[in-house]
Design a protein around this ligand. Sequence first.
Ligand code: GCO
Length: 451
Amino acid sequence: MSFSNEFIWGVAAASYQVEGAWNEDGKGPSIWDTYTHKTPSPIHNCENGDIACDHYHRMKEDVALLVEMGVKAYRFSICWPRILPSGTGKVNEKGLAFYSNLVDELLKNKIEPMITLYHWDLPQALFDRGGWLNPDIVGWFQDYTKIVVDALSDRVKYWMTINEPQIFIGLGCQFGLHAPFLKYSDRDILLMTKHVLLAHGTAIRTIRENAKLTPKISFAVTGPCVEPKNDSEEAIEAARKASFSIEGPSYALSNSWWADPIFFGKFPDEAYTRFGDLMPEISEEEWDIIRTPMDFYGCNIYNSIGQEVPPPNANAENCGKAITTARWPVTPDVLYWSPKFLYERYGLPIMITENGCANCDAKHLDGKVNDPQRIDYTKRYLRSYERAANEGIPLAGYIHWSFMDNFEWAEGYDLRFGLVYVDYQTQERTLKESAYWYRDVIASNGAKIWE
Ligand code: GCO
C-alpha cells in the first residue's frame, strides 16, 4: 500500500511572500509592510515584499505553471488588509476580486484551491489597536473570515484558519525575530495565546455556519517532533514525550502548547504549575469555542527538533550531517515520526501543509535550474511519509513548500524554497528540475519516489 487514491498532492505559497502590490488597488498596510520598511531594516539585505514575485499582476501566468507542474491543489493565503484595509469595516472589493479570480483560474484548470486565512499579514491598523493582545481581535478575525467565506465558499472547500502560531506569536512576539519584532512578557504571550485559540475556534464555526460547499477545515501549525535515538521502545517513548514537552523558554513554539487546548480543552499540565496565576482566565464557553472540531491536522514539518543544540564538541554525532541553505538539518525520518506521534495523540488524519528545503538555486549554463538536492531531499522525506501511510496512519495529503521562490521573511530572498525559480530582476519564472520530478511523483501517486 502507499498513498491512497484520495491523497492530495499540492504546492503552497503565502500572500506577503509572493504577491507584491503592497499598496495597490486599495490594499492597506500589514505589519510586514510596516516593519520591512523600517530603518534600520530587520530584514536581511534590507529586502521587503513590496514587489516579491509580483504574483498579484502575474496570477494567470503563475496558475499556468501550476498546470504544467500537474499539481492537484494550491495552498495560498488571503492578505487580510487586502480585503479589509483597516482590518475591519469597509471591504476592498478589488482585493476580494483578486482572490475570486485566482479561485476561478484554479478551478478552470482543475486545481483545488486551499485557503489559509491568516499567514501573518496582520493589518497594521489592528496592530495599532493592540493586535493579538486585544481580545477584540477574535471578533475582528470572525468578521474577516465571514467576508471571505461569503465570497469564496461557493467554490472553496479547504480552509486553514491560522498558519504557525508558533512563529507569529513565538518568533514574532516572544523572541522578536519576526514582525512586529517585539519581545512581550510571558503574561502577554499567554493572553495572546488565548486570543489566537479563540480566533481559530470562532473561524471554524464561522466557516461551518456560512460555507456554501461542505468545508474541510484545519489549522497549519508547525509540528516537528524529536526523533528517537534508536528503535528501542524506551527511545521511542522518550522521543514521544519530548515531542510534546513545553519545557524551556520556547514553550510557545511547541506542538502541545497550541494543539492540546484545541483537542483536550486544557493546556499541558506543566503549563499550570509553571505559570500559575499568569495563566489566562478561560470560561467553559470559551473552551467550547477553542475545542471546535477540525477535519484534519495540518502541519508544516521541515526537520526534527532537539538536534540543533550545539554539540559539546566538534566531532559530535551531528557534525557534518546534511543541512539545507537555511542551515536546517535534513532529517527525513521526521516525516514518519511526526505524523505517527501527532496522529497517536490527536487522532485526526494528517496533512503535511508544508515541507521542502531552501537551496542555493541558480540558472546553469544549460539554461536549466538543476536542483538535485531538492529532489533527493523530497524523495527521502516522502519515503518516510509513505512508511507512515503503510502503517495505517491516515494521510490526507502533501503540500510542498514552495510553489515558487519567494520572500523568506527575515531572511529575505536568498533562501530559495521554490519548485519554480524566480529571477527577481526580470520576474522570469523557470521550472526547476525538481518541478518536473514532482510532476511525475504526482502523476504516479508517489511511485516515482522509489526510482
Ligand atoms: C513557515 C511559513 C512559511 C515559510 C516556510 C520556510 O513555515 O515558516 O509557513 O511562510 O516561508 O516554512 O521557512
